[in-house]
Unconditional design. Structure first.
Length: 225
């Protein structure tokens, strides 16, 4: 699949590469080409439309961050749920940074919430940092609104990790849940059910949110450890 690398190199923006590499400390600078996200998404859509992505998706691990980004955007564009899940499970163990993890968001998941929950439960039990992070993100994205159940808060609260990128996503999840399901979520802070760092980071992120009322922010600050 050398032609994919050639295509990515044609889209290279050196200034953007230098800027982007600083935001992703887990990636070696030499493994960043510097292709802007709109260009990667455009290429992903074209490959999905042409059905020319299969050889590239099977070529794991990729050398470049930009290849992983392209891979994530291709998966996000897939129209068939089972195909999407199959490629996703193959790819998740190779995800090595927060950007690829967080920007991968399959649209087809919106129509398959019941099946998706079973996969989320499996991802949350993984030992891989970004597989866990992805599972939490999918639970946050798809199950904090009309499909919300209080059990989902417990699932995430039961995750105890030394990994910064896991703990940051747990805090993001609970801060978002406070903005959408405040009554169900606040007990996790009142009763200090979260690890100390996650507890305080949740409060920080919630207080920064425009979706939390001023009265709620004052109370949340009083709960800081």
């Amino acid at each position: 699949m050398g032609f994919i690398k050639e295509e990515l190199l044609k889209l290279q923006d050196l200034k953007y590469r230098d800027f982007q590499a600083k935001l992703i400390p887990t990636i070696d600078f030499n493994h960043v080409i510097g292709v802007r996200t709109p260009n990667l998404k455009k290429l992903a859509k074209r490959m999905v439309k042409e059905k020319s992505y299969e050889p590239f998706l099977k070529e794991l691990p990729h050398m470049y961050f930009d290849e992983n980004q392209l891979h994530a955007f291709i998966i996000s564009e897939m129209k068939d749920y089972d195909t999407c899940i199959s490629y996703l499970d193959d790819f998740l163990p190779y995800v090595d940074n927060w950007a690829t993890c967080d920007q991968m968001s399959p649209r087809i998941f919106i129509k398959h919430h019941s099946e998706l929950l079973e996969h989320i439960k499996k991802w949350l039990k993984s030992k891989e940092t970004y597989t866990i992070r992805f599972g939490i993100k999918m639970l946050m994205q798809h199950f904090l609104d009309e499909d919300f159940k209080e059990d989902y808060l417990r699932w995430v609260a039961n995750i105890h990790s030394e990994e910064y990128y896991v703990n940051m996503m747990i805090a993001w999840f609970f801060a978002t849940s406070l903005s959408k399901q405040y009554a169900s979520t606040i007990s996790y802070l009142k009763e200090q059910k979260l690890d100390s760092w996650v507890h305080n980071k949740t409060i920080q992120k919630a207080v920064e949110s425009y979706r939390i009322t001023e009265e709620q922010k004052v109370y949340l600050k009083s709960l800081k450890k």
